[in-house]
Design a protein around this ligand. Structure first.
Ligand code: GAR
Length: 218
């Protein structure tokens, strides 16, 4: 049987992408990373992917007259690589239906907050400003609503006295690297689906905020 092929989209350093490379190398994820795409020529993750022998491409959004034209170029590149699932890993562009529709149900994002709290940017600072006792991260299916698709998995971390946005982000990032490959593993195993408006695992609808990772058997 053909091994599933992942396309990973990044805009920056690519630590989540590296978590996928490591999960594949360790055999925890039975998939090939077929291509890593960036919208930023200088994204540090591009070099890291190339060093791991993974094909990379940069599609610079500034070369396109509209979001739709940029999205169509991304779709074309991913289709050229015969992608089964798309992993947005710190990809900092808002996507239009031109991108979302062809990959609907096999398109995932990781967002550094406990959605539905804090969609958008500066999530850690917003959690600190609100005096939240905990912060976290959500893996979700992507739908046209920004950071609004059905959650699959969430991990929580405590907010500690003296935390800055940076220290909190680092604590959350450790969890990101655990939950994102796990969610994609469930999907590739055929256990995770987007049905109607909700996510299902093993045929059961997931809670509105997804599965609580801390409550998962390891
Ligand atoms: C991660 O924290 C990810 O959750 C966040 O960007 C960072 C990328 O880091 N994503 C978003 O904010 C999406 N709106 P990485 O490049 O090291 O994976």
């Amino acid at each position: 049987m053909k091994r599933p092929r992942l396309g990973i989209l990044i805009s920056g350093r690519g630590s989540n992408m590296l978590a996928f490379i490591d999960a594949c190398a360790r055999g925890e994820l039975d998939a090939d990373i077929a291509v890593v795409l960036s919208n930023k020529p200088g994204a540090g993750g591009l070099e890291k992917a190339a060093a791991a022998g993974i094909p990379t491409a940069c599609i610079d959004h500034r070369d396109y007259a509209s979001r739709e034209a940029f999205d169509a170029a991304l779709v074309g590149e991913l289709e050229r690589h015969d992608i089964d699932a798309v992993v947005l890993a710190g990809f900092m562009r808002i996507l239009t239906p031109v991108f979302i529709e062809p990959f609907y149900g096999r398109l995932f994002n990781i967002h550094p907050s406990l959605l539905p709290k804090y969609p958008g940017l500066n999530t850690h600072q917003r959690a600190l400003d609100a005096g939240d006792a905990e912060a976290g991260v959500t893996v979700h299916f992507v739908t046209p609503e920004l950071d609004g698709g059905p959650p699959v998995l969430q991990a929580r971390v405590p907010v500690l006295a003296g935390d800055s946005a940076e220290t909190l982000a680092a604590r959350v990032l450790e969890q990101e690297h655990l939950i994102y490959p796990l969610a994609i593993r469930w999907f590739l195993e055929g256990r995770l689906q987007l049905r109607g408006d909700g996510a299902c695992l093993d045929g059961e609808p997931l809670p509105p905020t997804g599965i609580d990772f801390c409550a998962q058997p390891r």
